[in-house]
Design a protein around this ligand. Structure first.
Ligand SMILES: C[S@@+](CC[C@H](N)C(=O)[O-])C[C@H]1O[C@@H](n2cnc3c(N)ncnc32)[C@H](O)[C@@H]1O
Length: 297
């Protein structure tokens, strides 16, 4: 992807939201109508898969405030990790103290720069690595996946998350137009594309979703680089970086077009929740995100 736009940095964004970030892991978010708990569901499956694989040590890239890593430590796994946000590192260290893990196992580092985290191989290489919410913010996929591979033992497991570009076909908004014109019809003549564009402009809600630009206290998510990936292309990306046995896991299902979500929130969420933990082909279109589970070759 070429970068022409200037972005707020991911580090500044995550610093600004760190204080409230753990709320996404409250167990009753769905029942109280506070938030759809997609990341809670994702973590449930990852915990299950890591336990089934019998891993003993896990490295997390992008620890956030540290709830996932603290759960893994409570399972008796050896943990370590990094984050590019100083505030997130501080919060994860606090969590580590609560679960009797040396807080120095968590450090500031940038997964795009191997020199900043190479010292953490002192604690590794690891049986598993998780990276949730990190790939949308990096510029060089190959470099980053290669760096993740470097932290793993041969045969080690990776769980790495991506935002799903194909979901645009179900949103009927400005992302649908972008995906059809820039991805699906790339290479088609400008005359044909102009006709398609005219048609789409009449049919889609191009003012949606409203950009989240934030407030004085918090930077908005749309002010940072947050890329989507095409699930048909990602397996090849993983293979090139030295991974085999690639499996896609879908999560954050949508039971209806996202533009009707506010009108029927509770029903929308309850119906979506029934689809989580299934592994249907519908995920390619109904899920806004997926993660890859694979083995280091
Ligand atoms: C969406 S949050 C997810 C946090 C945590 N993994 C979770 O699932 O709860 C992504 C985290 O990745 C971190 N991050 C983003 N880019 C990074 C990079 N290049 N290197 C290390 N961490 C990064 C962010 O600061 C943020 O804390």
């Amino acid at each position: 992807m070429t970068e022409s736009k200037s972005f707020e940095t991911a580090a500044n964004y995550y610093d600004s939201v760190a204080k409230n970030y753990s709320k996404q892991y409250l167990r009753d978010n769905l029942e109280t109508g506070r938030k759809y708990p997609q990341n809670y569901y994702r973590l449930q499956t990852i915990v299950q898969r890591l336990a089934a694989a019998g891993v003993r040590s896990v490295y997390e890239v992008g620890t956030g405030e540290g709830t996932p890593l603290a759960i893994l430590a409570r399972m008796g796994l050896e943990v370590a990790g990094c984050d590019i946000s100083e505030k997130m590192v501080d919060l994860t260290r606090e969590h580590m103290k609560e679960v009797n893990v040396d807080p120095n196992r968590i450090q500031w580092a940038d997964i795009e720069d191997s020199l900043t985290f190479a010292n953490q191989l002192l604690f590794g290489p690891f049986d598993a690595l998780i990276a949730l919410g990190v790939m949308p913010h990096v510029a060089k996929d190959n470099l980053v996946l290669g760096n993740m591979r470097m932290l793993l033992k041969k045969g080690g497991r990776i769980h790495v998350e991506f935002r799903n570009k194909l979901f645009s076909l179900f949103t009927f908004n400005r992302f649908t137009k972008e995906f059809i014109l820039d991805d699906l019809l790339s290479g088609v003549s400008s005359k044909v594309k102009a006709e398609v564009e005219k048609e789409l402009d009449q049919r889609l809600s191009l003012d949606l979703p409203r950009p989240r630009m934030g407030s004085d206290a918090e930077i908005g998510y749309d002010a940072i680089r947050a890329r989507y990936h095409n699930p048909f292309e990602v397996p090849e990306l993983m293979e090139k970086a030295g991974f085999i046995d690639i499996k896609i896991h879908w999560y954050h299902y949508h039971s209806a077009l996202p533009l009707v979500e506010d009108r029927i929130k509770q029903e929308f969420w309850e119906e979506a929740s029934k689809m989580e933990h299934t592994s249907s082909w519908k995920g390619y279109f109904l899920c806004s995100a997926f993660w890859i589970e694979a083995k280091a070759a």
